[in-house]
Design a protein around this ligand. Structure first.
Ligand code: ADP
Ligand code: MG
Length: 734
């Protein structure tokens, strides 16, 4: 009996199976059946044999005149050559696969409808592998209704590769479907849900997607199959979440006279109500005896760091340790510095001037080596270090903690089940640490549900008070050079008013010129502008009356520190820097509230969220900010549209949506959802918002009814396969 798990080798034979496996990596019947058509072609009206045109699709009604099998040159297979006629003219048909099967059917005298693309071979018109139906026995007439049905039918067009044309895939799929035995109870969508949402069965959907009679069958099939993708993924995520929430964790109860309350007293500003609210939520969750798994999202500058830090401090107050993981070493260093600065003497317990109720904050990255590393590792192991900042290596390389209570992950899309598994042995006993994931930029709801569906989500929706508005202008310097001149003048004016200015360029330049950073659009002709080339030109040109400094990723950390300190000091300081020409190193973490202007050169080379992140460096103080996107992108180019869109709003949530519409779906989901079994083929999380929401609701009910899914065997089985795949991928990586 052929079922979804049957191997293609068994069903189709070794040769065909091998072709499919080489071309698409398909092994099972299900793999092949989920190879959906990309579109459907209509066969179209009947064409006279007299008016066939080379290169056009045509359907002809004709009688078989002759058929002959011929051995293919140099191969062991044979080809079938058929001649069909309308009584006056003829056209050839050629079949290269399954020729003897076709020979048995295509008997001279029989009438049929033949559809395909008209080609020319040795001066004769030919249809290669036409679709056909036989319509009348020898001597009979074809029924006009049959002709009409055939001409109207939809022919699926599959994503093809050079080794497998679409028609061959279609043949294989048709054959597999004819052998397949599918039962309703094998449907992974429980019947009650199918009924509620008016979804057709899998069996019906597979038939209608591959062999539709009309477009409404196609759309019913699509509705069902898209829902299924969303539903299965949500089940995996919600089940994971439900299971993890049953695991044990140490309760970290807030105390009233510890580091946290001391820290709050020292804050130079008042927390926003969102920060307070989410803070309380986090305190309540880490006080539970099951691990927290939460995603905190918020726009650039919304103050996520403080929220996370307060939860970390509460953990330390409750005798636990907290780790902050950053995606890169640079970011880890920045976080480390920010936290040390915010905590002041609360971060230096045991040192001169360190507070006794404080703790130690340590940094662990790949470049910390030798005795420094030994000391840091010892402080982590003994528990002396209450807060540890580092990259992922911190949890992956078997660093021993005394009692890890909270892990904060600062990034987007990258912290998965695998990393959580690596946390297993960091807390005493079988306990798991609490986990808080922060996104760098906001992401729309359905994407969050898809990518982070196994986390609880909360959002900081307001910016701290005292933020000033930022106005953004786009300057097309190739068309309006005077506008660029005006921008430089404005920069000088800002400095004269006592403010600092950023100028950003995409590339470092200099000796090793191949240093492009984070370029999202690389299809342009001239190389992007480089910091090391721009800075001297500006310093001796339009910015000759102000002090220009340079910052980029190739500088040593001492050099960078020095430059940043002088830029921070600004126009009023003797050795200050007024204008900083920089790469995107300032994209994250840099905080100079007195900076009021940013000019981004070759701004079309940056993506939406990068521009938004960069722009977030200004407007942080009491003065309004001005941002100029300079570009030479041609009129009507997509780059221009993007720049105009980013300049029109500073709402991070809106921009996130825009970013998604521009990016391809695969990039949206990142590596978090990339297994073969769990991959999304039809569902587009941005466009199919409604489906994702419906699936999530349906799934919640299922999980509530039975978290083990034992009541839904087909679904349980599908989920288990995805989990098995994830586990294998994890083991292979390690
Ligand atoms: P992000 O969410 O982008 O990580 P940060 O946590 O870096 O934002 O905060 C941005 C800046 O705002 C920092 O300088 C931080 O000290 C400051 N900040 C945070 N919360 C507040 C607040 N409630 N009032 C004023 N400034 C704040
Ligand atoms: Mg931040």
């Amino acid at each position: 009996m052929v079922n979804l798990n049957s191997s293609l080798v068994d069903v189709l034979g070794g040769r065909s199976a091998k072709t499919l496996s080489t071309a698409f990596d398909y092994e099972t019947v299900e793999d092949l059946l989920r190879h959906y058509p990309r579109r459907y072609a209509k066969r179209g009206e009947l064409t006279d044999l007299a008016s066939l045109k080379i290169g056009e699709h045509a359907t002809v009604l004709a009688e078989i005149a002759s058929s002959k099998e011929a051995l293919m040159k140099g191969r062991r297979t044979s080809r079938l050559e058929v001649v069909v006629t309308d009584g006056q003219r003829t056209i050839d048909l050629a079949f290269f696969a399954m020729s003897s099967m076709h020979k048995k059917r295509l008997i001279p005298g029989i009438q049929g409808l033949f559809a395909g693309k008209v080609q020319e071979y040795r001066g004769r018109k030919q249809l290669i592998h036409p679709e056909y139906v036989l319509t009348a026995q020898a001597g009979e007439e074809t029924d006009p209704d049959v002709i009409e049905m055939f001409a109207k039918a939809l022919i699926p067009v599959y994503p093809a590769t050079s080794s497998i044309p679409s028609w061959r895939t279609h043949k294989a799929i048709k054959f597999v479907m004819s052998q397949l035995d599918l039962k309703d109870e094998d449907d992974i969508i429980p019947e009650s849900i199918r009924q509620d949402l008016e979804l057709i069965t899998f069996k019906q959907a597979i038939t209608w997607i591959h062999e539709p009679e009309n477009l409404s069958q196609v759309s019913a099939a699509l509705k069902r199959l898209k829902f299924e993708e969303a539903f299965l993924l949500q089940t995996v995520l919600l089940q994971r979440r439900a299971k993890e929430s049953l695991l044990p964790a140490t309760s970290r109860k807030q105390i009233s006279n510890g580091i946290m309350s001391e820290f709050d007293k020292s804050l130079p500003f008042e927390l926003t109500s969102g920060q307070k609210e989410i803070g309380e939520q986090l305190f309540a969750e880490i006080a539970m005896t099951h691990p927290m798994h939460r995603l905190l999202q918020g726009d650039v500058g919304s103050g996520k760091t403080i929220v996370a830090l307060r939860a970390m401090l509460a953990t330390v107050d409750a005798q636990g340790q907290a780790a902050l993981l950053a995606p890169t070493e640079v970011l880890a260093v920045q976080h480390f510095k920010t936290i040390k600065k915010l905590m002041a003497n609360l971060a230096t317990k045991g040192e001169l001037g360190g507070s006794e109720i404080g703790t130690r904050v340590e940094l662990l990255t790949g470049s910390i080596t030798g005795s420094n590393r030994t000391n840091v590792l010892a402080a982590i192991k003994s528990g002396e270090a209450g807060i540890v900042v580092g990259t992922h290596a911190l949890i992956q390389e078997g660093v021993k903690f005394h009692d890890l209570g909270l892990v904060v992950v600062d990034e987007q899309h990258r912290f998965g089940v695998e990393q959580r598994a690596a946390l297993a042995d960091k807390s005493p006993g079988d306990k798991k640490p609490h986990v808080l994931v922060m996104t760098a930029t906001p992401i729309p709801r359905t994407v969050a549900m898809t990518v982070f569906g196994d986390l609880d989500i909360c959002s900081l929706t307001e910016l701290p008070k005292g933020r000033s508005p930022i106005t953004t202008h786009v300057v097309y310097s190739n068309e309006k050079p005077t506008h660029l001149e005006r921008a430089w003048q404005r920069a000088v004016e800002e400095v004269k008013k006592g403010h600092q200015v950023y100028i950003v360029a995409p590339r470092i330049g200099g000796a090793s010129a191949e240093d492009d950073i984070n370029l999202e659009n690389e299809d342009e002709k001239r190389p992007p502008l480089a910091v090391l080339e721009i800075a001297p030109m500006l310093a001796s040109g339009p910015l000759k009356d102000v002090r220009v400094g340079v910052l980029h990723g190739r500088m040593s950390s001492e050099e960078k520190d020095d430059i940043m300190q002088r830029f921070n000091a600004g126009p009023s300081a003797k050795k200050g820097i007024d204008v900083l020409v920089s790469t995107t190193v300032i994209e994250v973490g840099v905080d100079v509230p007195n900076a009021t202007m940013m000019i981004i050169l070759d701004s079309d080379r940056f993506g939406v969220s990068q521009l938004h992140q960069l722009r977030g460096r200004i407007g942080r103080g009491s003065q309004p900010g001005i941002c100029i996107f300079v570009s030479e992108a041609p009129n009507d180019s997509p780059s221009r549209e993007r720049l105009e869109a980013v300049s029109a709003t500073t709402d991070g949530f809106e921009l996130a949506q825009l970013d998604l519409e521009i990016r391809r779906e695969g990039n949206v989901l990142g590596s978090r959802q990339s297994g073969k079994k769990s991959s999304l083929r039809l569902l587009q999380v941005v466009k199919d918002i409604d489906i994702v929401e419906l699936a999530r609701d349906a799934c919640r009910k299922v999980i509530e009814e039975d978290v083990t899914l034992a009541k839904f065997p087909a679904l349980q089985n599908a989920v288990m396969e995805i989990e098995k795949e994830a586990e294998t991928a994890f083991l292979e990586k390690n």
